[in-house]
Ligand binder design. Structure first.
Ligand code: ZN
Length: 398
């Protein structure tokens, strides 16, 4: 789809923009889970495209395609021991075990940092001769098993996530040296499927790109992760003064949950424009009161604090994370030297679960974050990029 910009005109009244954005939020969260290449994601993109077209009348809306290999559940995922079994979730992108499962003995391997910052326990399943791992099990210490993408650098072995309730069995099987069987049954579909980023390109060269991912993992409709981020993006787009909107691009990414594939594709396709732009990532507006800014480089401390003070998102508190956990689309940009800030209200209790559904606390937080994000866009636009005109404070990179 390519739609020509239709007519001129300022963004509409900001409060109308927020209501339209929240209507989109509820519409997206009412859809089934929308992993990459699913019909539900296609429907989500139609809804979002309509809302973007009505909000950003001077932007050029287009779908940018990139190769993507989707997977689907092909059976139960579990760890079985001599006296019981634990159900879990496969890591997305994990190779399947043979039909009879992968067998071996549990060996504790220290820590597994989920999304680069949440410490889970890491187990390997070693073959009978004890020579090498056959599979991995990541044990969440603070909640149920949830699916997530295999992190970069992982061995190409079956990989299972289990919840905190699995701990007594794991401990017992390990202590007894018991033989266990891991079953992971993810099927890869034909790699003909395409990922699709929905891009609203401004009439002038972009100084800031604002992004949010539209896809979810297969276990949730994702009101918090990340329909709320999409709604926040739309509300911010409606609230910017026309001159600022004219230098701001907006992107709804596909493939974030598949390992940041969509943002990688966007960065590769727009390297020239990104040489003079900054990135704002909106991923996860949860129910809590801790607002996090994940920044790169550290010089963005000033922008994060000033935008927070401008927006006065009472009663939210600010916590800045540097270096940023590599857990979302900002990482594709930061890795290429693009100054990047992610705003999030992390909600570990419901992330990637069926409990991630619409909640008035999420709605209130979206409303609070609109002026914070709008101020971030304004400040990053004014700071510019490169040399002495770079982001205020320290040099971007040594
Ligand atoms: Zn997310």
């Amino acid at each position: 789809m390519t739609r020509a910009a239709a007519g001129a005109g300022a963004p509409s009244d900001p409060s109308a923009g927020v209501e339209a954005a929240l209507a989109l939020w509820r519409g997206l969260a009412a859809l089934p889970p929308r992993p990459s290449a699913s019909p539900a994601l296609e429907r989500a993109r139609e809804l979002a495209a309509g809302a973007l077209a009505r909000t950003l009348r001077r932007h050029q809306l287009s779908e940018e395609r990139f190769p993507l290999t989707p997977w689907e559940e092909a059976g139960p995922h579990a760890l079985e021991g001599p006296d019981g079994a634990v159900k879990g979730h496969a890591f997305l992108g994990s190779p399947p075990t043979p039909p009879e499962g992968s067998r071996g003995r549990l060996r504790p391997m220290g820590e597994f940092r989920v999304w680069g910052y949440r410490p889970w326990r890491r187990w390997a399943v070693w073959d009978a001769a004890g020579r090498r791992p056959q599979a991995y099990v990541a044990e969440r210490v603070d909640g149920p098993a949830v699916p997530q993408a295999v992190p970069p650098g992982s061995a190409c072995l079956p990989r299972l996530a289990v919840g905190a309730d699995a701990r007594p069995l794991l401990e017992r099987w390990h202590a007894a040296g018991a033989e266990v069987t891991v079953r992971v049954a993810l099927a890869r579909r034909a790699p003909t499927a395409r990922g699709v980023n929905l891009v609203a390109w401004p009439p002038l060269p972009p100084r800031v790109v604002v992004g949010a991912h539209l896809d979810t993992v297969p276990t949730t409709s994702g009101a918090y992760d990340n329909a709320a981020g999409v709604a926040l993006l739309l509300a911010v787009a409606a609230s910017l003064p026309p001159a600022l909107a004219d230098t701001t691009a907006f992107v709804l990414f596909d493939g974030e949950e598949a390992g940041l594939i969509g943002s990688e594709a966007f960065c590769a396709a727009h390297a020239g424009a990104l040489a003079t732009a900054s990135f704002v990532n909106l991923d996860g507006v949860g129910r809590g009161e801790l607002l996090e800014a994940w920044i790169w480089p550290e010089a963005l401390d000033e922008v994060a604090v000033a935008a927070f003070e401008d927006g006065r998102p009472d009663p939210l508190r600010l916590e800045v994370k540097f270096p940023p956990p590599p857990a979302s689309d900002h990482m594709a940009f930061a890795a290429r030297g693009v100054p990047s800030i992610m705003w999030t209200v992390d909600d570990q209790e419901i992330i990637h679960t069926a409990r991630d559904t619409v909640d008035p606390r999420m709605e209130a937080n979206v409303r609070r974050l609109v002026p914070v994000v709008a101020s971030t866009v304004r400040r990053l636009s004014q700071a510019g990029r490169g040399g002495d005109a770079g982001v205020p404070g320290d040099p971007l990179v040594p």
